[in-house]
Design a protein around this ligand. Sequence first.
Ligand SMILES: Nc1ncnc2c1ncn2[C@@H]1O[C@H](COP(=O)(O)OP(=O)(O)O)[C@@H](O)[C@H]1O
Ligand SMILES: [Mg+2]
Ligand SMILES: [Zn+2]
Length: 507
Amino acid sequence: MALAVTSSISLSGLIGNLIEVEVDISDGLPSYILLGLPDAALSESRDRVRAALVNSGESWPNKKVTVSLSPAWLPKSGSAFDLPIAITILMAQGRIPKDEPESAIYLGELSLDGQVREVRGVLPAVLSAKKSGFKRALVPLKNYAEARCISGIEVVPVTSLNEAIAYLRGELTPIFPDTSSVAQNDYFLDLCDVAGQVGARKALEIAAIGLHHLLFIGPPGTGKTMLAERIPSILPPLTEDSILEVTAIHSIAGTLLDRDLLSKLPPFVAPHHTTTAPAMIGGGTHAIRPGATSLAHQGVLFIDEAPECARGVLDSLRQPLESGNVTISRAIGSITYPARFMLVLAANPCPCGRFSGRGRSCTCTQIAIRRYRQRLSGPLLDRIDLRVFVDSPSRIELASEELGESSATVRERVIQARKTADERFQDCTWKLNSQIPPSQLRKRFRAERSAMSFLHSELDNERLSARGFHKVLRISWSIADSNGHVIPSRSDVEMAFALREGMELLV
Ligand SMILES: Nc1ncnc2c1ncn2[C@@H]1O[C@H](COP(=O)(O)OP(=O)(O)O)[C@@H](O)[C@H]1O
Ligand SMILES: [Mg+2]
Ligand SMILES: [Zn+2]
C-alpha cells in the first residue's frame, strides 16, 4: 500500500480551513480520482500535476491514483492544491521522505513545465496555518513577501517543483529573498494642496473623527476628488490587527500590488460609476472575491459622479453600511467579508454642473435638478451623515501663496479627538461616534439641554427625521471632541444639523 498525507489550506472568506491531502496509489487500471468537492479549476489539477511531474523528471504512476481532500463536505476551489497534490504523490511513491502531516502546509499552482505559480490568499492561509500549529509553509516565491508578514512560522519560497523536491530531500537550502523594504507608508497626497474650501476641510476633519459618511455636491473642477483622495492622509494609521486584516483581503482579491504590503495607511478605493453590483460588494461565479466595499475596509470608499451609477449598485451599499460586512451567497456556499468603510460620494449639483451658490450660468430647470438629485435614492442619502456644498475656490484663495493646513496637522487633531472618544467609550462595545446605538443616544450620550431642545423643535417642524435626529447627535459628538467639549453644546449641535442638512457651514 502506498499512502501519504500532507496539509494545505482552503479559504472561505478570511477564514482558513485546514485541508488534508491524502494520496493512495494502488494496483489496478491506471486512473486518477479526485475526491472532496473540487470545483472546475481544481478538477483540472490532474493534467497540470501530471505534466509538471513528468516535465520535472519524475514519473507518473501507472496505477490507480486516488487523491482525497478532506473534510470531504467542504467545497474546495482554485489551483493552490496543485503543489500539495504533486508533493503527496511523490511521497506516496517514496520519491521524497514522508512528512509529519502537522509540520508543513503547501500552497501553489503548477505550470505544465513544473514552475510554481503564485496564488491568491496566501497571507490569510499562512496566518491560519500558524494558528493551527504548523511550523512551516512552502509557498510560491511571488507570494513570499506577503507570507512573511506572519511571524512565528517558517516560510519557504519555491520557484519550481524541482526546487520543492530538492528542499524536501534535504539537498537544497532555500534562498530567502530580502523583504525588509516592503512596509512603506509614504503617501504623496497632502491636504495642503487644496486651496480654500474651509467648510469642506472642516467637514472632512469631523468625518474622519467619527468615521461619518460624506457627500460632496458641487460644480466640476472645484476640488471634490482632490479632497476625497486626501482623506486617508488625515485618518489615524491602522492598528496592527487591522493592517493584517486589510492586507489579507487584498491578498484574496489579488490586489496587493496596488498597495504597499503591511501599509499602515487606510485604503482608498474609488470604483468607477459604471461599476457593477458584484464588483462593488463582491462575487464571481468560480470563486467569491471581495468587492470594492471590502477592499475599502478600514478606509475610504469614494464614488465619484455618484448619480451616474446604476441605481441597484448604490443601493447594494445599504447592507454593508448597516452591518459593516458583506455576505455573498452562491450555490457553492455563502461567504462573509468585512466591509466597514467611510463612504464618500461626490455629485454634480445639476445635469449641466454649473449650479452654484454664486449664481452662475446654470441653465437647468428646477425639475431637471430635482430629478438629477433624486438618482441618489432617499434610503441611501439618509445613511449619509454629512452633506457639503463645495463651491469653486475664489480667485484670491487660488492665487494665495500661503498653503492650507497640512495633512499631518489635521491628522494629529483627529488622533487627539479619537483618544477622547476612546476614553468615553471604554466600557462600551463600540469605538466611534458614528456607531453609538440609538438607545444610548437617548440615555447616556445626550447633548446639552438647550441643544436637545433645539433638536426637538426641528423634529416638531418636521425638518429632521428620526434617523436624522440620531445622526445629528452622533455628528455633534465628533464636533464636541474636535472642539474639546465634554458634552456637545448648542453650537456643536447646530453645526452638526447644518452639516447633515447640507446648509452653509456655520464656522
Ligand atoms: N480647491 C482647489 N485647490 C487647488 N486646486 C484645485 C482646487 N479645486 C480644483 N483644483 C484643480 O482642479 C483639478 C480638478 O479638481 P477635482 O478635484 O478633480 O475637481 P472635481 O472633483 O470637483 O471635479 C485639480 O486637479 C486641481 O488642479
Ligand atoms: Mg471629480
Ligand atoms: Zn445646471
